[in-house]
Design a protein around this ligand. Structure first.
Ligand code: FAD
Ligand code: SIN
Length: 532
């Protein structure tokens, strides 16, 4: 058993921001950061375009960034949270620059600000086309200097420990559900261990792996959301899954390589198979309309012309500038035989971001006591029905900071819960057939992509639910009888996440933001978040 004052689950931008701050503030307290594979294998590492923030106040303003975020969110953003994130954002960006993150500057030494869909101004700070990797690097280098932080890699958190594990009945209506720690599968020792903590922060990232085609790495399996749902905490707005319009079309390759929206911000144009620049048919903002609109337009063009991709045309762009801003994309395309200055890039939408998640308040507090959530796994109210590009890294840093501030208020009043039971593996055996897990995962991804994608209908959703029910039953049976493995836990979590996405989609009898149902094309007059 490990005892730690602060337990941070996840080593992406959200978890590291929080961990760094608590470790600096409390050199005498212990902080443990857990991650299920290598420390830097996160969604954060793959972030390309950059981080949005009001930087050039001669042209930009808080009110413009707030307005753009609200428009993208299509009526469901929490305005108070939008104001908090936009106004506190620049301070957090300055902080990470102090930690050593190097955002690109122009020849005059001024930060060069990119533009992405839905933004009315240039406000995206970036490091080439590998911004997330640079931010992660800066945070990890700060963290390594702090002796009170313990980084545990290859440790898979299986479940939160609450009163349920002490034998009490815990339901959705229990008011004081409290988190005492977690059960972790230590993959080096191949055993389940107990970690007891005063405060737990979930920063477990997204759930793109619920879909067959996604930009998210393998770790993005919605574990935090599923754990909170099992512990009877509140989850909201899971139906709002954002599909990035332009993932590189490379059949059989997973995850899909992203072609950042910043390429369109610098002048890239979407064309269909006949070479027509089609976006002007769909929105006056053309290629830089918000993502939900661009992804649906591409989906429509692909269906109309019977193709599996459209093209992103960069042939007219300045070669030197392209290579300077997007060296990684340029190289990746060359590797598969595409010289972007001569040929168009085949692209298709891919599941990219979960706008909903674990419901939190303005301090990152979940509905479970002593449990915080921030980053992509959380639903703070910032994104509403559709996230504005490059607002995610920003939200993670602002809320990492806010969770830290609130934890400081609390930590000295908390003590460890000592009488927690060990993990009970009685009646379970080594897995005999991995195919039972791998095939079910494929089925799940197929169901979600075919029935719960960019365009939905009532019949597709009800079919998806029936099929998920069967997968759920079979997987629970396997879980009860088999020694747990990351693969089995991830499958179980993804089925739960799939269920939450479908349930949310079924409750939402309207089309709004990222949720588009041809049986309910109008927007409802009543604005509501769907809490499950
Ligand atoms: P992550 O960075 O995903 O970290 C999750 C962590 O949780 C990992 O360490 C993982 O190991 C750990 N974890 C999860 N489950 C468990 C478990 N059961 N046990 C132990 N550990 C666990 N956003 C922007 O704002 N700008 C961009 O330019 C941008 N580009 C993007 C490009 C790509 C290709 C992708 C995929 C996303 C992009 N995003 C972008 C979104 C953004 O990168 C993510 O939303 C953000 O990085 C999420 O950070 P996080 O800290 O919440 O989670
Ligand atoms: C991109 O670079 O296009 C991704 C930005 C984001 O997801 O916010």
């Amino acid at each position: 058993m490990i005892q730690t004052d602060f337990l941070v689950i996840g080593s992406g931008i959200a978890g590291l921001t929080y961990a760094l701050k608590v470790a600096q503030k409390y050199p005498e307290k212990t902080i443990t950061v857990i991650t299920k594979t290598q420390t830097d294998e996160t969604n954060t590492k793959y972030a390309q375009g950059g981080i949005a923030g009001v930087w050039d106040e001669t042209r930009d303003s808080f009110s413009k960034h707030i307005e753009d975020t609200l428009i993208a969110g299509d009526g469901l953003c929490n305005k108070e949270i939008v104001e908090i994130v936009v106004k506190e954002g620049p301070e957090r960006i300055r902080e990470i620059i102090e930690y050593g993150a190097a955002f690109d500057k122009d020849e005059a030494g001024i930060y060069s600000l990119g533009k992405e869909g839905g933004h009315s101004e240039n406000r995206i700070l970036h490091h080439k086309d590998v911004t997330g990797m640079e931010m992660e690097r800066a945070l990890l280098s700060q963290l390594s200097a702090l002796p009170n932080i313990q980084l545990l890699n290859h440790c898979f958190v299986v479940d939160l420990i609450t009163q349920h594990h002490l034998g009490y009945l815990v339901t959705k209506s229990t008011l004081d559900i409290t988190c005492y720690g977690v059960y972790v599968l230590n993959l080096q020792r191949n055993q389940i261990e107990k970690i007891v903590a005063k405060i737990v922060l979930l920063a477990t990232g997204g759930c793109g792996q619920a879909y067959r085609t996604t930009t998210n790495p393998k770790i993005a399996t919605g574990d935090g959301v599923a754990m909170v749902y099992r512990a009877k905490g509140k989850i909201e707005n899971m139906e709002f899954i954002q599909f990035h319009p332009t993932a590189l079309y490379e059949p059989g390759v997973s995850p899909s390589f992203l072609i950042t929206e910043a390429v369109r911000g610098d002048g890239g144009i979407l064309r269909n198979k006949s070479g027509e620049a089609f976006m002007e048919k769909y929105d006056s903002r053309k290629d830089l309309a918000p993502r939900d609109i661009v992804a649906r337009a591409i989906d429509n063009e692909m269906k109309r012309t019977g193709t599996e991709y459209v093209y992103l045309d960069c042939r007219h762009m300045d070669k030197e500038k392209f290579i300077h801003h997007f060296p990684n994309i340029y190289q990746k395309c060359l590797m598969i035989g595409i010289d972007v200055m001569q040929q168009m890039i085949p692209v298709a939408p891919a599941a990219h971001y979960s706008c909903g998640g674990i419901k939190t308040d303005e301090w990152g507090r979940t509905s479970i006591r002593n449990l915080y959530a921030c980053g992509e796994c959380a639903s703070t109210g910032l994104h509403g029905a559709n996230r504005l590009a490059s607002n995610s890294l920003l939200e993670a840093m602002v809320f990492g900071h806010r969770c830290f501030l609130d934890s400081c208020e609390k930590i000295d009043q908390l003590s460890f819960m000592n009488s927690l039971p060990d993990w009970n593996a009685l009646g379970t055996a080594e897995p005999r057939e991995m195919i039972l897990i791998t095939q079910s995962l494929k089925e799940l991804q197929q169901i979600m992509s075919d029935y719960v994608g960019i365009v939905r209908t009532d019949v597709r959703l009800s079919r998806a639910m029936k099929r998920l029910d069967l997968l759920f039953e079979e997987t629970e049976q396997l879980y009860r009888s088999t020694k747990v493995s990351p693969q089995l836990c991830e499958l179980r979590n993804l089925i739960t996440v799939g269920y939450l996405i479908v349930k949310g989609a079924q409750f939402r009898k309207e089309s709004r933001g990222l949720h588009y149902n041809t049986d309910h094309q109008e927007k409802s007059a009543i604005l509501q978040n769907i809490i499950l």
